[in-house]
Design a protein around this ligand. Structure first.
Ligand code: R5P
Length: 322
């Protein structure tokens, strides 16, 4: 970890190129213009960063989700951190609404990396003094850092959006065992029961079969998850729920809309009535489908940044789930 001067002056919010709309929304809510930062590419693709104003002694926040193109966005974040460090920022917080590589948080076979840990090390070495993240794939990733991590959850904002929906006969569905805590958090907020999809292989050569643990017959499922990548988890869950007699009016409620490969095609399944996601990752027009509702996490992040800057407690905003 690089040691900053620990002098905390005025706040500055900068944006990388991954998600300037979110950064602007955050800065507007705080009541600041975005800091002047130029990111360009050399002809060979190398990233060049220049900061337009002095950050000496400032309390700096850099907004950059490490969403696809993951490696480009991650490299850019590291280079911005280095530029800020060398410009003598007082404290640097990497605001990473979506933390890429989070699923590689353990070895599942011999000779594999633990990339989520390596990413954490690189952020500290790059110059981050703190990290602010939303719904990490597993909360244990916080322990990969030797610097403070403020781990926010979008369950509150997504849960609020669901309040307007018809929740009679609804049931919260954890699409795998890893999402049971998050499902419980939604269920507690909305006063609904939890059902779990359990994946089981019937033999070493067999594909995993999804079993529904809990009663869903005639009920409206709300499948929750931290991310939709290819939509295969959602697809498998929808099939299992319909097989068990669930109503074909399924909600999919997910924090990070990575949406690659067949994701949009899978979400177009008519049994899915609504898809509710956040904007931790940009959701451009090419990713929008009619039944998609995008809820902004900007107020949550702006609130956290304001509290961090003023040394107030952030724990009300922390993830109890994941
Ligand atoms: C898995 O553990 C995660 O929580 C998500 O369920 C998974 O990453 C979603 O990916 P996909 O949409 O490709 O199934």
């Amino acid at each position: 970890m690089r040691v900053s001067s620990c002098v905390r002056g005025r706040m500055e919010v900068f944006s990388g190129t991954a998600h300037p709309e979110l950064a602007r929304e955050i800065a507007d809510l705080i009541g600041l213009p975005l800091g002047s930062l130029n990111v360009s590419r050399f002809p060979d693709g190398e990233v060049h960063v220049s900061i337009g104003t002095s950050v000496r002694g400032r309390d700096v926040f850099v907004v950059q989700p490490t969403c696809p193109p993951v490696n480009e966005n991650f490299a850019e974040l590291l280079i911005i951190l280095d530029a800020l460090y060398r410009a003598s920022a007082g404290r640097i917080t990497a605001v990473i609404p979506y933390y890429g590589y989070a699923r590689q948080d353990k070895k599942t076979a011999g000779r594999e990396p633990i990339t989520a840990r390596m990413v954490a090390d690189m952020l500290s070495v790059g110059g981050a003094n703190r990290v602010l993240a939303v719904d990490l794939h597993s909360p244990q990733i916080q322990g990969f850092f030797d610097i403070p991590v403020d781990h926010l959850t979008a369950v509150g904002v997504l849960g609020e959006r669901l309040r307007g929906a018809e929740l009679r006969d609804a049931v919260i569905v954890a699409p795998d065992a890893g999402r049971v805590n998050m499902a419980t958090e939604y269920a507690n907020r909305l006063g609904l029961p939890v059902v779990i999809i359990h994946k089981r292989r019937t033999g070493p050569e067999q594909t995993a079969v999804a079993h529904v643990v809990g009663e869903v017959r005639g009920r409206r499922p709300i499948i929750i998850d931290d991310m939709i990548t290819t939509g295969s988890t959602v697809n498998r869950s929808v099939e299992a729920l319909l097989r068990e007699g669930a109503a074909p009016e399924i909600y999919v409620v997910v924090t990070h809309p990575v949406l690659v490969g067949k994701a949009l095609e899978r979400l177009s399944n008519p049994a899915i009535a609504k898809v509710v996601v956040t904007n931790t990752i940009p959701v451009g027009p090419e990713k929008r489908i009619g039944k998609m509702d995008v809820v902004s996490v900007a107020p949550l992040i702006a609130d956290a940044i304001a509290r961090i800057h003023s040394d107030s407690s952030v724990s009300d905003l922390f993830a109890q789930a994941a």
